[in-house]
Design a protein around this ligand. Structure first.
Ligand SMILES: Nc1ncnc2c1ncn2[C@@H]1O[C@H](COP(=O)(O)OP(=O)(O)OP(=O)(O)O)[C@@H](O)[C@H]1O
Length: 488
């Protein structure tokens, strides 16, 4: 389907409009008055608007990250497999470094060990091998830990909290901060499961809407909540005596830092805690901003990091197809499906609108299609992914926002209906690797097909090719023999 005429695809126009409107959110400009001068009132009002807009953008960023994190928790029932080594930086490099290969070695209270086994945990995960002895040491140590989602961080700090609690003392002794109500509930569930054989142990949720009488003191041993409400409960309403807290956990630090207000509130809470309180901070990623925040929250930390699994394009055959427009891309996709048997495929689009359109068109052609879209509630997204994993649908059409970090082993083909670009329209190499990398895993060979429909997208493809230094071959989807050849 060679082409000379290139038009800016409808999708790209939509996407450009979207990123422009985002830009307007962030960069509210001061307009001159009739004499061409700015008035103070205008400047002030623009500053207020800019702040409000920045907060709104913050809020959206946090919601995106929080939704992703919740989705990961909902769709995961096992540890993520990782062969990467853990890196440990001890606060005192001269003290011996302990690591455990079994839960028995930790000398847990019997009812906790029973709880761990009842959850089906046979041995500590990679990160737990090092983190647990540090967290349970005498005196307990402070810790900053980073490892990708699903590697056992939550289970580790829940075990640390449960180990420190003295149920005979009817007041809060452990405080855990989560970025959102929903994430707090998820952690609460783990506490309840692991503490199943510890019935005297009580848990309270400090989340908006959980109203208590003024002047009341709470008797629950563990409090889990969002920073604003926890701060109110400690400082304003005095439901919690922060001086009695023994373990302070800040979970999902990378999600937390997306909101400036949450950072400030967390730091204010931390300052109210006693000096000997154990401080623990967890994050799935470790950008500079997370690191700076972590150092403010956790004094004298030990640091544990687990590198991310390397993704590679080595086992993946990459192709591109030249088209003139969206309809031709759809036709190319149908030709591909007509010529080869595809176990399961993920198709990525740039906007929700294209994704919905494509899913509908594929359904009309008789394909069993699942659509994962940003408008869906997180629980609905989890249900869609679950069905796809079970093989109930063979094609998953999605936008990038929804599909980060989703592992579906049986996906053999990834199709970039639109190439991944960042907010400024430049190639998003990391996303490309992420999307394509998931097909060629576990020693399997994968197939990736990129749809190119304009000079601009050809340029993006070339830059992706240069970045990875891996050739992306041209494929003619009108030539059935050729398609069959690549499939074999
Ligand atoms: N030692 C273990 N053995 C077996 N399964 C485990 C172990 N530790 C945790 N799990 C399970 O693995 C999954 C991921 O663990 P966990 O939620 O603690 O990871 P996480 O790193 O906190 O992930 P996230 O960042 O998404 O919260 C959960 O289903 C949990 O029950």
């Amino acid at each position: 389907m060679a082409t000379d005429s290139w038009a800016l695809a409808v999708d790209e126009q939509e996407a450009a409009a979207e990123s422009l409107s985002n830009l307007h959110l962030k960069e509210e400009k001061i307009k001159p008055d009739a004499n061409g001068e700015n008035t103070d009132a205008m400047r002030e009002s623009a500053v207020v608007k800019t702040n409000a807009n920045a907060e709104k953008a913050d809020e959206e960023e946090k919601e995106d990250r929080a939704a992703q994190s919740l989705l990961n928790k909902l769709i995961r029932s096992n540890l993520v497999d990782t062969t990467n080594q853990v890196e440990v930086l001890q606060r005192d490099p001269n003290s011996p470094l302990y690591s455990v290969k079994s839960f028995e070695e930790l000398r847990l209270k019997p009812q906790l060990l029973q709880g761990v086994y009842a959850m089906g945990f046979n041995r500590p995960s990679k990160i737990q091998e090092n983190a647990l002895p540090l967290m349970l040491a005498e005196p307990p140590q402070n810790l900053i830990a980073q490892s990708q989602s699903g590697t056992g961080k939550t289970a580790a700090f829940v075990l640390a909290m449960l180990s420190q609690v003295e149920p005979a003392n009817g007041y809060p002794q452990c405080l855990c901060l989560s970025p959102t109500y929903e994430l707090a509930l998820q952690t609460g569930k783990v506490i309840e499961q692991m503490g199943k054989f510890y019935p005297e142990l009580k848990l309270a949720y400090a989340v908006r809407g959980n109203k208590l009488e003024r002047g009341q003191k709470i008797s629950e041993h563990i409090v889990i909540g969002t920073p604003g409400t926890v701060l109110d409960w400690c400082a304003k309403l005095k439901f919690i005596d922060p001086k009695k807290i023994k373990v302070f956990v800040l979970d999902e630090a990378d999600v937390m830092i997306a909101t400036q207000g949450h950072q400030d509130q967390s730091i204010r809470i931390q300052r109210m805690l006693p000096r000997n309180c154990q401080m623990l901070l967890f994050s799935a990623t470790f950008e500079d901003s997370v690191w700076k925040f972590a150092q403010k929250v956790v004094p004298d930390p030990n640091i544990i990091k687990l590198k991310r699994e390397e993704e590679t394009l080595d086992t993946i055959k990459q192709y591109y197809v030249l088209c003139n427009n969206r309809d031709e891309k759809f036709q190319a996709l149908c030709n591909l499906y007509g010529a080869i048997t595809i176990a399961q495929a993920m198709i990525f689009c740039h906007t929700r609108k294209t994704a919905s359109w494509l899913a509908a068109e594929l359904s009309k052609e008789g394909h069993q299609v699942a659509l994962l879209s940003g408008e869906m509630m997180v629980e609905q997204r989890a249900a869609v992914i679950e069905r796809f994993r079970e093989g109930k649908e063979k094609v998953l059409v999605t936008t990038n926002v929804c599909a980060r970090g989703i592992d579906v082993e049986q996906v053999s083909v990834v199709i970039n209906f639109d190439l991944p670009v960042d907010k400024d329209g430049n190639p998003d190499n990391e996303t490309y690797l992420h999307r394509i990398g998931r097909t060629g895993r576990f020693g399997k060979r994968g197939l990736a097909v990129n749809m190119v429909d304009s000079k601009h997208s050809m340029n993006i493809l070339n830059r992706i090719q240069e970045h990875f230094n891996k050739k992306i071959e041209r494929l003619d989807t009108d030539d059935l023999d050729e398609i069959e050849k690549i499939a074999n």
